[in-house]
Design a protein around this ligand. Sequence first.
Ligand code: M6R
Length: 608
Amino acid sequence: MCGIVGYIGNKQAAPILLDGLGKLEYRGYDSAGMAVFDGQEIRIAKAKGRLKVLYNMTRGGGTMPGTAGIGHTRWATHGEPSDTNAHPHSNEDASIVVVHNGIIENYMKLKKKLEARGYQFHSETDTEVIAQMLDYYYRGNPLEAIMKVMHRMEGSYALGIMFRDHPGEIYAVRKDSPLVVGQSPEGNFIASDVPAILKYTREVYFIENEELVCLKADSLNFYNIDEEELQKEPVTIEWDIHAAEKGGYAYFMMKEMQEQPKAVADTLNPRLKNGGIEIEELGMDEEELRAVEKIFIVACGSAYHTGVTAKYVFEGLARIPVEVDLASEFRYRNPILNKNTLVLIVSQSGETADSLAALRQARALGSRTMGIVNVVGSSIAREADSVLYTWAGPEIAVATTKAYSTQLIALYLLALKFASARGTLRKEELQTMLEDLRQLPEQISLLLSHKEKVQKFANRYLAAEHIFFIGRGIDYAISLEGSLKLKEISYIHSEAYAAGELKHGTISLIEEGRLVVAVLTQPELYKKTISNIVEVKSRGAFVMAVTTAGNTEVEKVADYVIYIPETNPYFTNSLAVIPLQLFGYYVAIGKGLDVDKPRNLAKSVTVE
Ligand code: M6R
């Protein structure tokens, strides 16, 4: 879970590397480093801390002349964040340097073998083993050495490599960690993600598993693991470069929250056609939709929470059984799958290691699979039988907002598609629901325009130590997301509970002044949750309620009420989540925290 970048061309490499690393800091930011080759010597600079430490240390790259280089921003896996553990790593005389994203699972075994042959190690990382193994196998031919090392490594990696014997060349390879190659008249690039190089080129190649590329200033050569040369086609990236910048907001998270109306509309509108839903990339006809006997929704974190909501929607509308699993659990629980099950993998990045492993397991067990993915060309998108893209655009803040909102939309559309195919929804009902969906972007905008009301309330809770979120049914799913949003960026302990479950233990934690956020958007469960509010109120809780406009009765029991516009009860999550995102954001901002880069977290979790 790191970011790598590389450049070779006719410009100075270091400033380009620093710039690219800045775009990749969301992938890890506990240390950064780069190696720059001037044709004679490979200079390495690396430092614990944010990228600015490296920037200052190298005077913006000015102390590292050379037109070829590789860079890295790290999220520690093996070995604590430190100068020594920071990448690049090298062999003893620094004639081979490596940057790595991923984990080498058998590195201890490989390290022991090398130590027995006299190799010495200076860091605690698995990456240093790669550099030393390359040294061991290198006989003057980089391709041959890299292939030999690939055959011996187990785990995941995207690597950028330079050999002092081969000035004018950078090598890159990947297995289960993302890697793109960019080409331009001024030179060629590697990166873990497109935004790192978007400023320089829009022509990219997505590198597949176990493919290797040799970059020179004016050429690219691709190989498979058998050293056979490959022909690859470039893809033109259409993203607007400004979409990857903060766009005037203090934080990406606020920018991305504000982008939700557009992201939701972009994901929804192209699929509303001819009075119905048309999902071109679905890859399943009506008969195939009817043949599905059970759906599994598998994901991590917030993406998992969209699955919890979707279970209610699919089961309620399409009358099809749904199980929702955390990907890290699913992959080890021996699920019962067959050709009539559909496994939906929901993932913004499309690279989450557990979700990817769950997808592979589902395929191996004979199930049909579908990815609901935001990053085009990501591993999950490529490996699933079909993919339904969310069109949220690049999401930089670690806390997901717009990707979450678009995942909900994709799942609603799919549920409605299933319901139509299976005849569980009348045409008129479908039309009314589609109309409700069309209203969502505007309703989200309205909620965002009242953000100051949430901010005022949030400012009263900057010193809170514990906050509870409660709700029933879909309101419980919303509570899960509200609670995660708050805790991941504000560091306040928080839990979400099915409101009826509180009295089975957790209510003992309710005491004078404890904030309880209650979500009440489901008409059938409204009165039940009101009773749960009364229970916590009578034990001293302060209650903020999020409910649908018109539910004024809640004002009699709650201390503070936020109303969301009316919509179909199946879609309320898309609206109720907005004040909860804002609440988490403003509490964190009020505490002076960096909401885009919360401690201990990274945007893309590409390790198990
Ligand atoms: O890229 P993914 O959607 O697969 O990521 C899944 C989770 O890691 C992610 O949703 C995480 O929980 C977010 N930080 C929540 O804001």
